[in-house]
Design a binder for this molecule. Structure first.
Ligand SMILES: Cc1cc2nc3c(=O)[nH]c(=O)nc-3n(C[C@H](O)[C@H](O)[C@H](O)COP(=O)(O)O)c2cc1C
Length: 255
């Protein structure tokens, strides 16, 4: 099989209902934690209730567009909170044994094998730098807490290189990076996990774009990124956690 044939095969679903190796779930191995532990300085962002200015769903579908030119207007903390909440917040535990959680996006088997990070360039009152969304701190709440990870070395250079030379992203107020923790999917779906994890992440991207539109902001999704540079910058090992998607967000320059 050549690479293209392998890629085509990867998109198909040959193992569900056929031969799938025994999963760790079926062996009684405990579920991995729903999100990474918080070790850094935590900021609880203000409630985002008033941040949505375009609430009409039909409107959102109609106005959503990939926006690549941003003004230098900062985002508010409420707007950032709404973006993160809509992309990955935990609404409730699904089962009494807390083996699964339900979030604002669907995920195959309710695995949700992701973490969400924000590279904050210009959000009013927030120290610029890399943050991680900490959804376990506000389960079932319309509240958002973020954990500060580190400062930028050189924002423009880092974001541009992370996104494979797409320098326009460095003008956005923030860039949100989504990582995958593959074992969370493999725990249940073994070899069948990977295709559906990529399908999952598309839902997160769509929520991000519709939410940005609801806030009156522009956004753009990124499938082109520098895997190794993103992973190194965000301190992922590239095996148990690695970058799978990114979304820039900020006020779009009207044409
Ligand atoms: C999976 C995926 C990856 C994408 N990657 C990039 C990217 O790396 N850079 C970029 O500028 N746009 C990227 N886009 C945006 C598309 O180019 C855009 O959705 C398309 O041109 C249609 O425009 P619209 O989103 O305004 O409808 C990506 C979109 C998706 C769904």
């Amino acid at each position: 099989m050549n690479d293209m044939e392998r890629g085509r095969k990867f998109m198909q679903s040959p193992v569900f209902g056929e031969v799938m190796s025994a999963s760790d779930q079926s062996k009684g191995i405990p579920n991995p934690p729903h999100s990474k532990p918080v070790t850094g300085e935590v900021t609880e962002l203000p409630p985002f209730g008033g941040a949505v200015t375009r609430p009409e769903y039909t409107d959102l579908l109609d106005i959503r567009r990939s926006e690549r030119i941003y003004t230098q207007t900062p985002m508010t903390q409420e707007q950032l909170a709404f973006m993160l909440w809509s992309m990955q917040s935990i609404q409730m535990y699904r089962a009494a044994n807390h083996v699964a959680v339900l979030r604002t996006v669907p995920s195959a088997g309710a695995r949700h094998p992701f973490e969400l990070y924000a590279a904050v360039r210009d959000v009013t009152g927030l120290k610029p730098g890399f943050y991680r969304y900490a959804p376990l701190l506000n389960i079932g709440e319309k509240r958002v807490s973020i954990e500060f990870l580190k400062e930028f070395d050189d924002y423009e250079q880092q974001i541009t290189q992370m996104l494979s030379g797409q320098s326009f992203a460095a003008k956005a107020a923030a860039v949100l990076f989504i990582s995958c923790k593959p074992y969370h999917g493999e725990w249940r779906y073994v070899e069948a996990a990977h295709r559906v994890m990529l399908v999952d992440v598309g839902h997160i991207g769509q929520n991000a774009m519709l939410s940005a539109a609801a806030l009156g902001l522009g956004s753009c999704c990124f499938g082109a990124y520098d895997q190794q540079f993103c992973d190194t910058t965000l301190d992922f090992d590239g095996i148990n956690e690695y970058t799978v998607y990114a979304v820039s967000v900020g006020e779009a320059q009207s044409e």
